[in-house]
Ligand binder design. Structure first.
Ligand code: ADP
Ligand code: MG
Length: 383
């Protein structure tokens, strides 16, 4: 690898960082919802030591206090978050390290998996008062860019897209469906809006607006997008002068709010929704086939079976730092879904990723234009 002005300094990722050669898997338990309480729910999940998740279907709170231990099915993850965990804490543990890597020109992705209502959108997007991973990541990215003293220039672009019913749509500029193409950077959606972002303030509004554009289910007006997968792509390019050349590093961060993982056919509008149901199954089924193939070390990974897996190809088996957040409800009424989510989360822990190298390129600038390039870099830095 070529040593550049930005080499040594940017290569330091926090020593405690867990990012590396496999997918990191986290579980987040959300608080019991009012509706669940009213339906007479019991809490069937207990998180111990910030790592272990117990499905205590038959243990009551009293059992726990009396026995001072938990019984039930048990899983262990890189970290597990109890229902009191703040958005900031979830962000800091799961995603903050990826920001540093992205600024070094590496790729990262974070995806939320779980049943509808389990807290995926809350975790990813959050609310105005409690912004989630997408917003905190961008905020952090801008803060880190401001701290950089190197004489270079950072440009951040955002894209926000949706996969619904095996169709890819631009959430920042709704219109005709987008076509997926393969280029040297991997699978890209042709014509996708790349929004140049200057500050965090504008980004939250942009994401809220994008989320309004997500496909909602006509039968459940308030139920946003339980069948659509939303992907926010943050592309951070860093350019620095190196002699007569300009060196460019491009890091891509994908933040993914997956559709509900519950069985699509277990809905009221079964027949009407059958096409959508089939496609939801197709995307999430394809995702589970890919996870299985990756875990089993198969040569052929069936990415091409759905739009979602094509878009996630980099994140799953490529040179990418990948994080999965599995969202679960505490209610025993969702026990089946919770078991299903934890099963896939447990399996995803086995996925090895390839060494994540920086995407670095030297842009040759002809001599008379070199000063011009310097000027441009200087000017853009002002902005
Ligand atoms: P999903 O996107 O998985 O369908 P949501 O994120 O929309 O689920 O969450 C369902 C409801 O639960 C929302 O009203 C959301 O605000 C609330 N919720 C989810 N997670 C939390 C949390 N950790 N703390 C407080 N409220 C939450
Ligand atoms: Mg959601």
């Amino acid at each position: 690898r070529r040593e550049t002005a930005i080499g040594g300094e940017l290569d330091k990722i926090s020593e405690n960082s867990m990012i590396g050669s496999r997918i990191l898997v986290f579980v987040r338990l959300r608080p019991m919802a009012k509706k669940e309480k009213e339906a007479g729910s019991r809490c069937c999940v207990r998180i111990v030591n910030r790592r272990d998740v117990y499905l205590t279907e038959f243990a009551t709170e009293n059992d726990y206090l009396r026995l001072k231990r938990v019984r039930g099915r048990h899983f262990t993850f890189d970290a597990s978050f109890p229902d009191s965990t703040s958005q900031q804490e979830v962000y800091a543990t799961t995603t903050a390290d990826l920001i540093e890597a992205v600024l070094q020109g590496r790729n990262g992705s974070v995806f939320c998996y779980g049943a509808t209502g389990a807290g995926k959108t809350y975790t990813m997007l959050g609310t105005v008062e409690n912004p989630g991973v997408m917003v905190l990541a961008i905020k952090d990215l801008f803060a880190k860019i401001r701290q950089r003293s190197c004489d270079g220039n950072h440009v951040v672009h955002l894209s926000y897209l949706e996969v619904y019913n095996e169709t890819v749509r631009d959430l920042l500029s709704p219109g005709r469906p987008l076509v997926l193409r393969e280029d040297k950077q991997g699978i890209v959606a042709a014509g996708l809006t790349q929004y140049r972002a200057y500050s965090t303030d504008e980004v939250m509004a942009l994401l809220q607006q994008g989320n309004m554009n997500r496909t909602t289910e006509p039968t459940r007006v308030n139920e946003t997008s339980s069948r659509s997968h939303a992907i926010l792509q943050v592309i951070a390019e860093y350019r620095v002068k190196d002699g007569a050349d300009v060196v460019s590093r491009i890091g891509k961060l994908s933040l993914i709010d997956l559709a509900g993982s519950e069985r699509a056919l277990a809905t009221d509008q079964r027949t009407l929704r059958s096409l959508e149901g089939a496609n939801i199954n197709r995307s999430l089924l394809a995702l589970s086939s890919c996870i299985n193939a990756l875990v089993e070390g198969k040569k052929h990974i069936p990415y091409r079976n759905s739009k979602l897996t094509q878009l996630l190809k980099d994140s799953l088996g490529g040179a990418c730092n990948t994080v999965m957040i599995a969202n679960i409800s505490p209610s025993n009424l969702s026990l089946g879904e919770t078991q299903n989510t934890l099963h896939w989360a447990d399996r995803a822990k086995e996925i090895r990723t390839k060494a994540c190298v920086a995407n670095e390129e030297v842009i040759q600038v002809p001599a008379p234009e070199a000063d011009q390039a310097k000027l441009i870099l200087g000017l853009q830095k002002e902005n």
